[in-house]
Design a protein around this ligand. Structure first.
Ligand SMILES: Cc1cc2nc3c(=O)[nH]c(=O)nc-3n(C[C@H](O)[C@H](O)[C@H](O)COP(=O)(O)OP(=O)(O)OC[C@H]3O[C@@H](n4cnc5c(N)ncnc54)[C@H](O)[C@@H]3O)c2cc1C
Length: 495
């Protein structure tokens, strides 16, 4: 047994579970505390009546066999014997009766895009070649950057892809869209992600998809989280659900453990805060604790550190949607949600996954992007239950009407909806966002600091600490936290 052996982990999302699994493997005694009744955080979604609302539908990065990241997912038990489905398409966009699709088969996309617009052929070739290069990129997972030796640093990653991603991070999505003349191609690339974000993020995501490294595990995200929680408990970890951490206990500038909402205390040698860093730094540690300037500045400068959130409408059908594309974006009659005017919708369907819907029900999700400003609108509205319900019902009805016009053959039934304030209340998500601050073009990416200067033996973990966010980021960062503790305690980290 290690002398320094107790780790309290706040948050049982993917990052907290990963920290717990590797913590147990290294011989620590870990306890995970999560405020919700099921582990997995965002990844677990939630229940609407009997229906499991399974989000995280874009895909899991790290599904490609024989990669270091896939090995890590397998080590946590997240994938089990689950089948991985590779959807044919990343996104399909239609306008004025014509459509274009980003296929997994890149040659097919290249052919169809060039047929659509010969004048854009050189730009299309350049884009497809960039995707081919980045598709070879192996995400570095070995160690946190600050623990890499010079030789390890040289060996890690793929230099050509890294250079390309670096270059692409200086270009905004809007600038990339402006390279195209054809309106449908412009529409396609305008729909993939917010326009002020960098082109690098989209390049990375589509390249991972093309390379077969971003598949969908059957059973969805909630099942994936459940398998990780089971693995954690098999390794002797203690999972405390319905356990909201109220404060991080400190003495002389050192974290000593946590106190739950119930008043119960748990003392530990280290604390890993794998919940949203805003919760940790602005609510759990004592007020006026010294924070990293770079960290604090991001919360203060909202203009240059944007976040994105969304209003989610969930539907189901017990019909077989047949050969429907995975994710489709199309024009609709304009209507407003909060302060945002909507003239397009995106529909994502899950019929490829026999386990996701109950009794063969396929689930459909309409994620409607909302800018950060709309968070306050929802937060205020949520103070009045009657008005809130009336507004959310109105939006569901409007969205359903639009979907019925587009997919008249589908008998869609409403399941539930979730506004930005919901994500904040349920998961502690900063302003309802599901991903870290977006890097803006030209701003050199600076990782979020994982330490709080005013509190030693406290580590921040989770997707926020990683460049692009997402499930794989949460996994990698959870493991990094344990590597950091081992390094600090001069203990070996056994692979
Ligand atoms: C709708 C949606 C779709 C997504 N789709 C994808 C996708 O397709 N692919 C992908 O890679 N990523 C996707 N993501 C992002 C992905 O879900 C996240 O990157 C990932 O789950 C983050 O994991 P995490 O462990 O860092 O944080 P979280 O999942 O946020 O976990 C934090 C945990 O801390 C707990 N917590 C908070 N405060 C406290 C407290 N005071 N006490 C105790 N516990 C507390 C919360 O309950 C939560 O369980 C999606 C997210 C959303 C919302």
């Amino acid at each position: 047994m290690k002398r320094v052996n107790k780790i309290a982990i706040i948050g049982g999302g993917i990052s907290g579970l990963a920290a717990g699994i590797w913590g147990q493997k290294q011989g620590f005694q870990t306890v995970i505390f999560d405020k919700n009744s099921a582990p997995g955080g965002f990844c677990a979604g939630w229940k609407a009546g009997v229906q499991q609302v399974g989000f995280c539908f874009r895909g899991l990065i790290g599904t490609k066999e024989n990669t270091a990241l896939n090995h890590l997912w397998r080590e946590t038990g997240a994938l089990g014997n689950t089948l991985i489905i590779q959807p044919e398409s990343f996104l399909s966009v239609s306008e004025n009766d014509s459509s274009i699709t980003l296929w997994q088969d890149l040659e097919r996309f290249e052919r169809e895009a060039k047929k659509l617009s010969t004048e854009d052929a050189p730009t299309i070739s350049m884009f497809c070649n960039a995707i081919r290069t980045v598709a070879e990129y192996e995400i570095p997972v070995q160690k946190p950057d600050e623990l890499l030796g010079p030789l390890e640093r040289l060996k890690s990653g793929s230099k050509e892809a890294e250079k390309l991603l670096q270059k692409a991070s200086e270009v905004s999505m809007k600038q990339f869209v402006n390279e195209f003349r054809n309106p449908l191609l412009r529409r396609l690339f305008s729909s993939v992600q917010p326009q002020n974000g960098t082109f690098a993020l989209f390049l990375f995501q589509y390249a991972m998809f093309v390379s077969g490294n971003c598949g969908l595990p059957v059973g969805g995200a909630a099942a994936l989280a459940r398998r990780m929680a089971e693995q954690y408990q098999r390794l002797g970890g203690v999972l405390r659900l319905n356990a909201t951490v109220e404060q991080i206990l400190t003495a002389n500038g050192v974290a000593r453990g946590i106190e739950l909402h119930s008043g119960e205390r748990y003392f530990s040698h280290w604390t890993v805060a794998a919940c949203d860093p805003d919760v940790t730094t602005h609510h759990l540690i004592p007020p006026h604790t010294e924070l990293d300037k770079n960290f604090q500045q991001r919360y203060e400068d909202r203009l240059h550190n944007p976040i994105f959130t969304g209003f989610y409408c969930v539907f189901r059908t017990n019909q077989d949607p047949g050969l429907m594309l995975h994710m489709q974006d199309f024009e609709v009659e304009p209507f407003s949600i909060g302060k945002t005017l909507i003239n397009r919708l995106c529909l994502i369907q899950s019929s490829y996954d026999s386990q996701l819907g109950q009794n063969g029900n396929a689930q459909f999700v309409c994620p409607i992007p909302q800018a950060e400003e709309s968070y306050n609108y929802w937060e205020e509205l949520s103070q009045n239950e009657v008005l809130y319900e009336a507004e959310t019902n109105k939006i569901m009805k409007k969205v359903l009407e639009q979907l019925q016009k587009k997919f008249s053959e589908l008998d869609l039934k409403p399941v539930c909806c979730a506004a930005p304030d919901f994500f904040s209340r349920r998961f502690g998500a900063y302003h309802g966002t599901w991903s870290p601050f977006t890097a803006l073009p030209g701003n050199k990416y600076q990782p979020m600091p994982f330490m709080v200067p005013g509190v030693r033996r406290l580590l921040l973990s989770g997707q926020w600490m990683h460049a692009e966010g997402g499930l794989h980021a949460a996994l990698i960062e959870g493991r990094f936290s344990i590597q950091r503790i081992c390094h600090n305690e001069r203990l070996p980290f056994s692979e």
